[in-house]
Design a protein around this ligand. Structure first.
Ligand code: GLN
Length: 244
């Protein structure tokens, strides 16, 4: 069975090792006998998006966000909305997370409209939030409940009533440094500030995305993998957080 990952703007929205999320999704599908395929979706390209199981939209500085938001609105928004309505999943990190919301506004006041797929809005502040992050999520069935990574953003993201937080901050700043929450979940979309990259150290979240996307193809369960190396990396950050 084919498993397709759609990588939004790989040339522009891909910082702090976000590419590791792509490698993790493809390899965890391959280890289970699926035929993984990567679809790179740069500016202007919106071919075959209906075949994608999981989309990834990585981080980018204000400059890169300015270069992609118009293309996102013009070429990607309709097929992304259709794909998510059909059961595809999206993982969006930092700059990508921000542009899936209503808008991202830079500290200088320049506002980039987002596609409003998630009910969030982001305005940059003067201070950058940088450092390790540990959160506790209540995604049903996720074990362990912790997710770890690191953050580097000036955006302060606030959730509207249609979105719910990905998790509660244990260490770090998260969405806005004030409400104690990080990321967002809305329908088949997960937004987060966790770089790291996120999925290699959180294999349980990777499998959550793969499983959710393949449910529409009649795949209810994924075979277990030996995640001892991945979870050792996860534990390292948890222990570092406890020493703080
Ligand atoms: N430019 C955005 C911000 O500073 C996103 C940064 C990122 O993707 N790491 O908040």
């Amino acid at each position: 069975m084919r498993f397709t990952v759609g990588w939004l703007y790989p040339d522009l929205m891909n910082i702090y090792g976000d590419r590791g999320n792509i490698l993790t999704l493809l390899q965890r599908a391959r280890w289970r006998g699926f035929d993984p395929k990567l679809l790179e979706l740069g500016r202007g390209n919106a071919k075959e998006m209906e075949d994608v199981d999981v989309f990834f939209f990585g981080g980018g500085q204000d400059r890169e966000q300015a270069l992609v938001y118009e293309d996102l609105l013009e070429f990607k928004q309709p097929p992304l909305e259709r794909a998510v309505a059909g059961g595809a999943q999206i993982l969006a990190v930092c700059g990508g997370y921000q542009l899936l919301g209503h808008y991202y506004q830079t500290f200088e006041g320049e506002r980039f409209p987002g596609i409003g797929l998630i009910d969030v809005r982001t305005e940059a502040g003067k201070q950058r939030f940088i450092g390790d992050v540990v959160i506790e999520t209540d995604i049903a069935g996720l074990t362990p409940k912790t997710l770890v990574g690191f953050e580097n953003h000036s955006g302060r993201t606030f959730l509207g009533p249609k979105a719910r937080p990905l998790g509660r901050i244990v260490l770090g700043h998260g969405n806005n440094g004030s409400d104690g929450m990080e990321g967002c979940i809305q329908g088949g979309v997960i937004g987060s500030y966790l770089h790291g990259s996120l999925l290699p150290k959180n294999p349980h979240l990777a499998d959550h995305l793969i499983r959710a996307a393949l449910r529409r193809r009649g795949v209810d369960e994924l075979s277990r993998l030996d995640d001892s190396a991945e979870m050792s990396a996860h534990e390292q950050i948890l222990q570092r957080a406890e020493r703080r």
